[in-house]
Design a protein around this ligand. Structure first.
Ligand SMILES: Nc1ncnc2c1ncn2[C@@H]1O[C@H](COP(=O)(O)OP(=O)(O)O)[C@@H](O)[C@H]1O
Ligand SMILES: [Mg+2]
Length: 382
């Protein structure tokens, strides 16, 4: 698998009015960063701040109002100094100083003092991947959560994916609005459905390609690793079409299906088919069992294995080891698995932020990690 990927790391993180942090300025080291502290101390909040260094709504999918510290009136700010193979860079993001309407559009991004064309420009400098306890229900919960997970995996290796997904959503919403407004203008529908078909097929193709690459990566990993291998598949009519035929034909097929299904979709008020309904299927390879039928512990191990394989893939494709945010990561694992996890993170050369209530859970990292104690919105060296 070649040499170790170049590390990208946050050298400094500063927060203003972010959740329970009034202000924070933190020097960070490459490698593992362990955050320990009691419940409610601000550990997850800190990871969330780092997750804002990638496009989207962060690891809690919060609104910007929720993120701004209660009682502050000037919005929040996250600043980071990043060091990587392309040199160092400063990224700032937040709502501080922005229009006070609190609208979703108001998260601003600045890179080295300039406003980039879009938030996706952050992906030129770093890729952030996270795993949180809410994702413990990923395999058993709603299918939309798995799609969102899948799309984040795609985004980390293919920065254009966010744009594609947004364009598809926009076209789909326009079509739903035509149904709601009882518009029956065929030309209008045709135009919107053409957009849906183009962007929808592009989404399915990007997802399919990512799954192919990720599966190949998993295939290359040693059979007896500490985390079980996953078998991945995508189920949906557009996904199947994309796998079977050239993209132009898949577009034509999806477009004619949308046209044919207008009466049905009109009755439902929305499109009942398309990549927004695709299902990510995950199997536990060693047991050959659907992930949703595995035990809680097995599901967690499967998910961690998947995220680590994806981190490896991201590093290989982007030339930058991703930054990992692993919230409450060691809760489910025994000491052996934890030690194996830490070894893999070191091999991946990632800066990995890990949280836990007990520092003792990370004892095998003593001497090779930065240990920080979080308490009441403050952070100090442990
Ligand atoms: N917008 C906010 N302003 C101030 N405090 C907040 C805000 N949002 C959450 N908090 C507080 O942050 C704390 C939770 O922090 P969190 O990082 O989830 O803790 P933990 O260390 O357990 O991961 C809670 O006490 C919560 O009330
Ligand atoms: Mg937490």
């Amino acid at each position: 698998m070649g040499g170790r990927p170049a590390q990208v790391h946050l050298a400094k993180l500063s927060l203003a009015n972010f959740r329970n942090y009034a202000s924070l300025s933190l020097g960070l080291q490459p490698g593992a960063v362990v955050l320990s502290g009691e419940n409610g101390a601000g550990k997850t909040n800190l990871l969330e701040a780092v997750s804002f260094l990638s496009p989207g709504r962060g690891l809690r999918r919060a609104t910007l109002e929720e993120v701004a510290r209660i009682g502050s009136s000037d919005g929040f700010a996250v600043h980071a100094e990043i060091e990587g193979p392309y040199g160092s860079c400063r990224i700032g993001t937040g709502t501080a100083g922005a229009a006070p309407d609190g609208s979703e559009a108001a998260r601003r991004v600045r890179i080295n003092g300039d406003t980039p064309r879009s938030a996706e420009a952050m992906l030129d400098w770093l890729r952030v991947i996270w795993l949180t306890p809410t994702m413990d229900q990923l395999f058993t919960g709603p299918s939309a959560d798995r799609r969102r997970f899948l799309d984040r995996l795609v985004l980390a290796i293919d920065p254009a994916h966010g744009r594609r997904a947004a364009d598809y959503e926009k076209a789909m919403r326009s079509r739903n609005r035509l149904f709601a407004d009882e518009v029956r203008d065929d030309a209008w529908f045709d135009a919107i459905e053409t957009q849906m078909a183009e962007t929808g097929v592009a989404i399915a193709a990007a997802r399919g390609e990512m799954l192919r690459l990720l599966s190949a990566m998993i295939e290359r990993l040693p059979a007896e690793g500490p985390f079980p291998k996953a078998l991945l598949a995508l189920e949906g009519s557009v996904d199947q079409a994309v796998a079977r035929m050239p993209a132009v034909d898949a577009e034509e097929e999806f477009r004619s299906r949308l046209r044919a299904e207008r009466p049905r979709d009109r009755a439902a008020g929305r499109a009942l088919e398309g990549p927004h309904r695709s299902e990510l299927l995950v199997r536990h390879a060693p047991k050959n069992m659907p992930a949703e039928h595995c035990s809680t512990g097995e599901q967690k191990a499967l998910l961690v294995g998947l995220v680590l394989a994806h981190a490896r893939l991201t590093a290989e494709l982007s030339g930058m080891a991703p930054i990992l945010l692993l919230d409450e990561i060691s809760a489910h694992f025994d000491a052996g698995r934890r030690a194996a996890l830490f070894d893999i993170l070191e091999e991946l050369n990632c800066q990995a932020f890990m949280t836990g209530t007990e520092r003792a859970l990370f004892s095998s990292l003593e001497g090779r990690a930065q240990f920080l104690t979080v308490s009441g919105g403050t952070v100090r060296s442990a």
